[in-house]
Design a protein around this ligand. Sequence first.
Ligand code: ADP
Ligand code: MG
Ligand code: ZN
Length: 617
Amino acid sequence: MKQESQNRQPKRMNPYVGLLTGILIILFLNGLIVPTFTGRQIRQADYGTFIAKVDSGLVKEVVIKSGQIYFTAQEDGATFTYQTGATNDPQLVDRLLNAQSPNQDGKITFSQVVPQENSPLLNFILLWVLPGLIFYLIWRQTSKAIQSRMGGGGNFMSFGKSGAKIYADSDVKTTFADVAGQDEAKETLTEIVDFLHNPKKYTGIGASLPKGALLVGPPGTGKTLIARAVAGEAKVPFFAISGSEFVQMFVGMGAAKVRDLFRQANEKAPCIIFIDEIDAIGKRRDTGLGGNDEREQTLNQLLTEMDGFDGRKGVVILAATNRPESLDKALLRPGRFDRRIQMELPDLEGRKAILAVHLKKVKCEKIDMDVVARATAGSSGAELANIVNEAALRAVRMGRGKVTTADLEESVETVIAGAQKKGKVISAGEKKIVSYHEIGHALVAALQSHSAPVHKITIVPRTSGALGYTMQVDKGEQVLMSREDLFNRIATLTGGRAAEEVVLGSVSTGASNDIEQATRLARAMVTRYGMSDKYDMMGLETVNNAYLGGDTSLTCSSETAADIDREVLKMITDAHQKARKLISDNLDIMHEAAAYLLDKETITGDEFMAIVRKHQQ
Ligand code: ADP
Ligand code: MG
Ligand code: ZN
């Protein structure tokens, strides 16, 4: 159940609709619209004309309303509507009663609409309060729109309260069973759960648990998930807030929010506070001039609050980030987030476990978990969850009731390379080039004993723009890569282009992605892995965001930088040379395998290896 300490967002209404309705209501209530005669054209007449028409027996109907007389008269076979001002004529009623009329009973129908005298209170509400309310609503909508455009959230101008949207989820259903792998993280967190269950056990001997633990790891490894699981296991309220929610348009709001958060948490103790993406407020404060005042105040408040509360009361603070290196040192000192829980990308066993957790939620046949787990090396938990979902969608699309291994394999490819591009017409000539290119990769990989065997080769184009690809799958999980491994990998990457050169005698743009990858790999070998002859173990580059793409910056002089380029070039040229040689030495395999691939469009690694072995005997 969700308890919300602040008001829910009111349903958005279009301010113009509100304005229009308001005006209409006011007009209507003020009697400016005459309900009886609306829709007809009203002519003006003077009182004398009215009396004359009554006396001539032309008038059919008379309505007297708020000082006006409306009447219809039949003239030349048509009925017209007139309006005239009412004078204080005491004989009018008699005159109307006695007059002739074209009506069937020969009498004029007439009535007086008593001007609606609302009670003064109602009048006041209708004429003053309601329009006021409408204008207030419009103002609020507009100010919200302005504010959201300026990147803020929460309440406009509410200085008194922080307007924090703080959720205390007191019934979290997530448990450790939902988090597959990550055993080390679970072990550390189990202690916290135990503490929340039974604080006396710890306080009895005077121990106080760490106030805060920091979950660190790449995106999608289950940091948010495991934080929820801690709350679910401990069965305590769970305050979740994202770091960016603290940073507001008005200075001081973030700090107020932090105060609010801790006050509420103290009331609900034992409980868990979870600050997701804490780097949004916890960034180092020394970043030069013109720092973000608001963020710094928020951070200072957070530091103060963390010091201020009693660790024995049972409030545990968890925070998650994928940029630990950017956090302020003060956040990490003992007494604050002094426990660091590392969440890593899952290994083979971890991936199998995560797949199993998510496959439990879908109907499936017996799945060959090993194949899928091997094909997803480097994927995060979130990606694996996505793969399972894609597979389920594919099963539905194919009209099946259950997910199969083939669904999973296809969805792995969908996630890696984009969906199959249906109906894309590729000329026969281009197909031939793609076939040779892909077989080139596969052959170089297969002939180098260190390279991983080929899993699948396909020339079915993908929506990502790939015209085909060769999927390599490691048999075992490799943690360390030798220099030879990396060099062979570069050679494999150049294999596609090498095949085009050797067999077709010309080159195409199809190798752009290979070039990028090969260069990155060669560069890392020179600058970070100390694998060039020239620079020995000198570090030439540092990684900035290890968990977010890992962009790097050089830490050497510009002369060295130029020389690094030469080293990289040499490395790639050597690998390319090797690939070309392997291909020209095995041209018969090239031709047969490429023809086979051209025919089948997708072939398995085993089919390919059969061709290779046939020629090697
Ligand atoms: P993070 O906060 O680290 O970026 P999340 O916790 O938001 O990642 O994970 C996103 C989703 O990925 C989860 O909701 C879950 O479905 C899936 N997931 C990630 N890691 C795991 C895991 N270890 N076990 C099971 N599911 C996982
Ligand atoms: Mg997260
Ligand atoms: Zn290629």
